[in-house]
Design a protein around this ligand. Sequence first.
Ligand SMILES: [Zn+2]
Length: 365
Amino acid sequence: MGFGAFHGNLEVVRRLREMLARGHFPQAVVLAGPRGAGKFTLAQMLAKTMNCLAPRQTDGLPDFCGECSNCRRIALADDLDARLAEAVEARENLREADKRETRLFVQTHPDVMIIPPDPPQMMIKVDQVRHVIAEIYYRPSDARERVFIFTDSAFMKEAANSLLKVLEEPPEFATLFLLSENPGELLPTIRSRSIIFTLAPLPAAEMEKYLAAERRELAPKQRALVARLAGGAVGEARRFDLDAYAAARKEALLVLETAVRGDDHSALFRATEGYRAGADGKEKTDHLIRTLYGLLEDLLALKSNTPELVRNTDVAGELGRLAEAVDFEWIASAAQRLGEVESGMRRNLLRSLSLDAFAASLEPA
Ligand SMILES: [Zn+2]
């Protein structure tokens, strides 16, 4: 319980807690870092500390008890994926007209509101920010501080402009957290009104130690692989599913090999058949895209003569053959095309089609 349970980034955590201790916590904080780095966990811990009814100190800095009614109610949202799935399902069950007007929020404590990107576009929408504006000026009811946690920095344009208005004059009793994998995505005017803290990846040795304690089912070799593949992100390592990853990677390698060879698409078509619309297809496609990015990074590492940076060490043979067949320009263009597939997905274009087109677009002329 408490900040002792947060892994890594001791320095960032200490600075945030020192600001709490001095009573000078910034009103808008960007927590940046890769997926699974602990951004949400840290925001939740800070929200609990701000509002704990039995506050305590550890290492001479403010901490939360985890047991009072405020801590417990805020903690109900710790499992954000589960709460989000419930919120999405509740909306699905509404009448068509209400469904369109209902925006997603997770709120397990009246003074702590979590604003997730809204599916299917997975962006934060203007109605969500309007709701925050309607709420933020009320004093906290059961807590000392009202906390708003935006879990993603992909804002629709109008939503970003509305958020900016809040940041220009937030009430003194409110704190906003903006979680971001890529703070460059935020408007410069939003960034300049916030204080940015970046969560760095956990060093590999620390990560393996963490995995040895938390995931004993993994063999030492698998732990080393997960530590590399999770890219130093604790949350990612904790839930990393090696079997699912291996399956996605097999298809990602097929996409790349098909593109490099430039012939026989039948295997690729068979593989991409499984990537259809719907929540299931979207998750699968997201997974595939992340895996493709990872493989492209490994190819870049091989081409740059830095094989020690390769993460997919268990498929070194396949990667080596691919690396021989491509050049830097091909890798850069593949990464760019992949970005286009990703933004196409945000606009909800036909997924399997764009994956086939992705492979075709990379073929030698
Ligand atoms: Zn408490």
